[in-house]
Design a protein around this ligand. Structure first.
Ligand SMILES: [Zn+2]
Length: 192
């Protein structure tokens, strides 16, 4: 998936996560929810840094597309922000929320890539199990712009406080299903 698609996919998944958490009584403040949704949407393309790092030996969809990378970056974020706050620097967000946001960004990126043809192996080297749902190519325009539009709409809805209406979650899920279906069809019609 391209960065626009990753932005939208991560925004959608985190929007639904925040909504579900509140629904099941795990109360997440509006501000923490906003950090989680916007933060993971903007960081969602982080794992694709491996494309730029090919020259120094990184394989695309390799280490940066694993659970270990998510844990490593989450731990580094937590430790460095905790250090800063112990040094008396006032942070706008808690270290745990920042770490969670980074991890969610990476995990939702891997999930989005799993919709394409090239396998992701999120547990490698512990397990070589690979996931590729073969729904559409990562460059599919319908998928990238569709996910982007849904994600962006949810961000706007969240910021305007319209998300309390239950229908938004169902609409988001239906939208994601529709975009994935449409992308799968255009991929096949496109003859690739
Ligand atoms: Zn990727």
């Amino acid at each position: 998936m391209e960065s626009s698609g990753h932005f939208g996919f991560s925004a959608t998944v985190t929007y639904v996560m925040v909504w579900l958490a509140n629904y099941f009584g795990i109360s997440i403040s509006w501000r923490d929810g906003a950090v989680l949704i916007l933060g993971s949407a903007f960081l969602a393309s982080l794992p694709d840094i491996d494309i730029r790092l090919r020259r120094i030996g990184f394989r695309h969809r390799g280490f940066t597309h694993t659970i270990w990378f998510a844990l490593l970056l989450g731990a580094l974020t937590y430790l460095s922000l905790s250090y800063l706050s112990r040094e008396g620097i006032e942070l706008p967000i808690t270290p745990i929320l920042a770490a969670l946001t980074v991890m969610v960004a990476i995990i939702t990126h891997i999930a989005a890539d799993a919709l394409n043809h090239q396998r992701v192996r999120p547990l490698t080297p512990l397990s070589d199990v690979g996931i590729a749902l073969h729904l559409f190519r990562s460059s599919n325009r319908a998928a990238n712009s569709g996910f982007f539009l849904i994600g962006l709409s949810l961000v706007v809805i969240y910021f305007y406080g319209l998300g309390r209406a239950d229908i938004v979650v169902e609409a988001a899920l239906a939208g994601v299903a529709a975009v994935a279906g449409l992308a799968a069809v255009t991929d096949r019609v496109g003859g690739h």
